[in-house]
Design a protein around this ligand. Sequence first.
Ligand code: GTP
Ligand code: NA
Ligand code: MG
Length: 303
Amino acid sequence: GDEEDWASRPPVVTVMGHVDHGKTKLLDALRHANVVSKEAGGITQHIGAYQIVTELEHNERPITFIDTPGHESFTAMRARGAKVTDIVVLVVAADDGVMPQTVEALNHAQAAEVPIVVAVNKVDKEGANPAKIRQQLTEYGLVAEEYGGDTMFVDVSAITRQGLGDLTTAILLTADASLDLRANTEQDPQGVVIEGKLDKGRGPVATVLVQRGTLRQGDSIVAGDAYGRVRSLLDEHGNKLKEALPARPVQVVGLTSVPRAGDTFLVVEEDRTARQIADRRQARIRNAQNASMRKRISLEDLD
Ligand code: GTP
Ligand code: NA
Ligand code: MG
């Protein structure tokens, strides 16, 4: 493509860590929102995906954040070959320390070869021991810069807002040091489904991350084995967008069925083509299911 079709895109950051260590609260603090208070039991059920505009050296620098419930979705996406995230922010509560899910998250990030920034959260709490977190994580190969390693650790509090600017700076410095953040805005639009759900009023809704090209209202789209015409594109506030550029998470309304996390989506010229591709994929899935059922039955016969 032409040189001018390439534009720098925001880094995509997945926030991971042990349950209740403050992933959602931290994102709330960064975006001046309050998602945690609306969650049932304070537990994240749905993936939240937000674009936040930050600043580095007087330049506006948006960052795309993905907040995951547990690691299932990250693992599911990775298992299906979808590479969604550029950086993992590993959240560790300073009063609680490294916990089993901290280690799991860390293993996932390392397996995916994604750079990690550690957010040592809840430093406002009594009993917070940020130095201990650094020491604990050394055992897992994450050595803080101040200890001669190459991992950025940032002490933060989602309550007092301490360290939030340092955290976004660490993310952007990590992105600039290790990633190629250029994307082509004129290629055929493509990306990944990060969540699909059935909405009572709006029908199937997919949260997708555009990875290249520009997704527009009215586009004919295939996502996994779902298809349809993009009736509306909504940002995280529910505002309608005319188009979504690379690294923009957006809700797509207009699909005929619900796609799965990790499904890729693409845009085609005609509705008919979208339906044909989707039909072919559905047939392939049915065949695979039938084959595995046949296999199961013949194995049972052997018993
Ligand atoms: P899951 O999504 O359920 O895994 O939890 P989470 O990691 O998203 O944690 P969440 O943001 O729901 O925060 C858990 C609890 O810790 C909430 O009661 C928050 O108010 C509290 N919390 C989060 N960050 C801080 C912090 O920096 N300081 C203090 N004192 N409390 C915090
Ligand atoms: Na929680
Ligand atoms: Mg949460």
